[in-house]
Design a protein around this ligand. Structure first.
Ligand code: HEC
Length: 160
């Protein structure tokens, strides 16, 4: 009898231990997801900040072309890395506030197309900035804004 009880206790303890390990693994995955959300939002803030620099300069009487060039190049570099900002587990399941919709992962091909749209637009923006003609930059700013909007409309929650 005593032997059976000891056996049951051992099994129960093992099952409990496993449960705790799984829970800890889940918490770890969740905190990695939350970290990815925070890093992504910081990157988008930089992207938005660089875009604002360009827009502000274009409104100025004499746009600072060097500042525009630097900001466009920064945007192009950020856009190149943007697809990496969405690891699995960094959606709403990460447990922190995020505007990333589940469609980013369920419609990965469509999302990749939207990300490539941003890469193409920022490459053209950077080329126009290097050319030094504010009118050409202005045209590419409009195209870039459209690329931001195309993705936000489909893949970013309205409330974020
Ligand atoms: C391929 C899709 C995609 C493109 C293209 C895109 N965004 Fe976003 N953006 C998102 C998603 C998704 C979020 C929500 C991120 C989150 O909350 O986790 C976001 C969030 C943001 C945020 C809010 C960041 C914060 O503080 O939480 C800003 C600002 C932003 N984007 C600016 C831009 C600008 C400017 C462009 C174009 C130059 C752009 N985005 C292009 C998908 C995109």
């Amino acid at each position: 009898m005593a032997g059976i009880w000891r056996g049951r206790l051992a099994v129960t303890a093992a099952a409990l231990g496993l449960g705790l390990a799984v829970a800890a693994g889940g918490a770890l995955a969740q905190s990695a997801g939350a970290d990815a959300v925070k890093a992504r939002q910081a990157n988008f803030k930089q992207l938005g900040g660089a875009f604002k620099t360009i827009n502000d300069q274009l409104k100025a009487g004499a746009p600072d072309m060097a500042a525009i060039k630097a900001a466009a190049s920064r945007m192009q570099a950020l856009a190149a890395r943007a697809p990496d900002w969405f690891p699995a587990g960094s959606g709403p399941e990460a447990g922190v506030k995020t505007g990333a919709k589940p469609e980013i992962w369920s419609d990965a091909a469509g999302f990749a197309t939207a990300a490539r749209g941003l890469q193409a637009a920022t490459a053209s923006l950077s080329a126009a900035a290097n050319g030094g003609d504010p009118a050409a930059v202005r045209a590419q700013v409009a195209a870039t804004g459209a690329a931001c909007k195309a993705c936000h409309d489909k893949y970013r929650a309205k409330s974020s």
